[in-house]
Design a protein around this ligand. Structure first.
Ligand code: HEC
Length: 479
């Protein structure tokens, strides 16, 4: 016994493990000496891992098809769990460090398994996925996928029927009934019928323009954006939140919130997209939850969608070298570069360079959240921040793009050390596309339209159009 305990600090957990190992006598290392390792078991190792990295979705009533909350419910899936994790398909998380991109910080709630966790999962499955002795250690709480403490929930005012398999973009005018200015620090979109809800954007409408647009029906068709006019004298509409499949709430860091002027309406743009054999359906319950900061914040939060530039136009973009850049498959100059992805081509790229706009009273844009967005032809997207001295930081790369798993990534660092974009810096985004039948997403998207061969893909809203769009959460000083 003395030898067994030698070298251990006698803390409850370690002591217990050593005794149990000795007691069962089965776990000896190859030279025959007893080890302090119990065989990997559900209760001992896997339940805590799965609670932290899988149960956020794999729970009763969650977004995944089966629960992994208990040994009984997880054991039948043991091999599949290992296979999905080894293939990088689970847990879904598109942000990766690559040879050409090391983001400045890790991202919050990154559920990717460490090498050690990966070997534990493998050992568990290889040893017959045993349950092991019950443990009294509480399980870790999974990363939150919903907003805590919402102040307001607003639901679409009517039932929408999607019929005939074609896309519809509708803007709902909602009334948050605010008689004074509010500061939004959390927004969660709840898609009512996830079979047909393709994306949702939430905008403020400080001038209440959407009331007239929506009329008695409470909604209006809207294609590109909310179709509100910028206001010359008073606050203009602004993006407050976004959701696409796989999405998580938009949550600003402490000291940051987005302004919602008193009297504002909200416009919720819902893109209904029948797909995968679902050619009709109804939605009566898509809703949005808002959470407000109790007082005005130190920094103003702004969401920006940047990119989606259809044509090279250096006059409009701020000079030569900005906007849509000439790239592969473009016609030779003097013809202008176009956002156009030819059929049967893989590795096609579109690159956009966006100058950080000078705004009165704004010095720095602190980046607290970032997301990539493409459709089905996209395979890889990379966002760099290029400083005016020529140095650059890679902010995010999603090299295994999956339309079904999109989210905002939040840097795991206090705001004070967040990446900063100054006027004169450039946000550079490179999107890579595979418009061939080797891309399973392309096959699916074509199939939905009854097509069997790839076609030229340009910029647009529907599933056989493409995008190259970055979403940014900025914090700025000022009003
Ligand atoms: C962000 C939500 C989410 C997380 C986190 C997550 N899953 Fe999943 N998982 C899903 C969804 C949704 C599906 C259904 C298939 C799909 O949409 O990809 C799925 C499918 C699976 C499947 C295939 C089931 C089948 O019948 O085909 C396995 C196995 C699996 N997940 C294991 C895991 C494991 C193990 C973890 C943790 C290491 C994990 N998942 C984490 C959402 C998640």
């Amino acid at each position: 016994m003395a030898r067994l305990f030698a070298g251990f600090t006698i803390r409850g957990g370690v002591l217990f493990a050593a005794v149990a190992t000795f007691g069962c006598g089965s776990s000896k290392s190859s030279d025959g000496t007893a080890t302090d390792q119990e065989p990997v078991s559900w209760n001992g190792n896997i339940a805590p891992l799965v609670a932290k990295k899988c149960v956020g979705c794999h729970q009763t009533g969650g977004i995944a098809p089966m629960s992994l909350e208990s040994y009984a419910s997880a054991k039948p899936y043991a091999r599949q769990m290992l296979a999905e994790v080894a293939a990088g398909a689970m847990p879904p998380w598109s942000a990766r460090t690559t040879d050409e991109c090391t983001p400045p910080y890790a991202f919050k709630d990154d559920p990717t398994l460490s090498d050690d966790e990966m070997s534990q999962l493998k050992a568990w499955v290889d040893n017959g996925a045993i349950e092991g002795a019950a443990s009294n250690t509480p399980l870790p709480v999974p990363a939150q996928r919903t907003l805590d403490n919402r102040d307001l929930e607003l639901t679409i005012p009517t039932t929408i029927n999607v019929d005939g398999g074609s896309d519809q973009l509708l803007c709902f005018s909602l009334d948050p009934k605010l008689d004074q200015d509010a500061w939004v620090n959390g927004v969660q979109v709840n898609p009512g019928n996830p079979e047909i809800v393709h994306h949702v954007l939430l905008f403020s409408d400080p001038q209440g323009q959407s009331i007239e647009l929506a009329g008695d029906k409470g909604y209006y068709p809207c294609f590109g954006g909310p179709e509100l006019e910028p206001s010359p004298d008073g606050p203009s509409f602004a993006l407050l939140g976004a959701w696409a499949p796989g999405g998580v709430p938009t949550v600003t860091p402490p000291d940051v919130a987005m302004q919602l002027p008193g009297g504002s309406r909200l416009v919720m743009q819902v893109h209904y997209h029948p797909h995968d054999g679902v050619h009709s359906g109804a939605d009566s319950s898509t809703s949005v939850d808002l959470r407000f900061a109790p007082t005005a914040p130190r920094l103003v939060g702004k969401l920006a969608l940047l990119g989606n530039i259809s044509q090279q136009d250096w006059d409009k973009a701020g000079g030569e070298g900005y906007g849509l850049m000439p790239g592969p498959d473009d016609p030779p100059p003097p013809a202008k570069a176009e956002f156009s992805i030819p059929p049967n081509v893989s590795g096609h790229t579109e690159t956009e360079r966006i100058l950080i706009p000078e705004e009165k009273g704004v010095k720095d844009y602190l980046v607290w959240g970032i997301a990539t967005h493409m459709h089905y032809v996209g395979t890889d997207m990379k966002i760099d921040l290029v400083h005016s001295d020529g140095s650059s930081d890679c902010l995010l790369q999603t090299p295994q793009w999956d339309f079904n798993w999109q989210r905002v990534y939040y840097y795991d660092t206090p705001l004070a050390s967040a990446p900063v974009a100054n006027f004169g810096d450039v946000i550079q985004m490179r999107c890579t596309y595979d418009n061939t039948m080797n891309n399973p997403q392309v096959v699916t998207a074509l199939d939905q339209q009854g097509l069997t061969a790839p076609k030229t893909v340009t910029l647009g809203e529907t599933s056989l159009d493409e995008m190259c769009l970055g979403a940014f959460g900025f914090a700025v000083e000022g009003k």
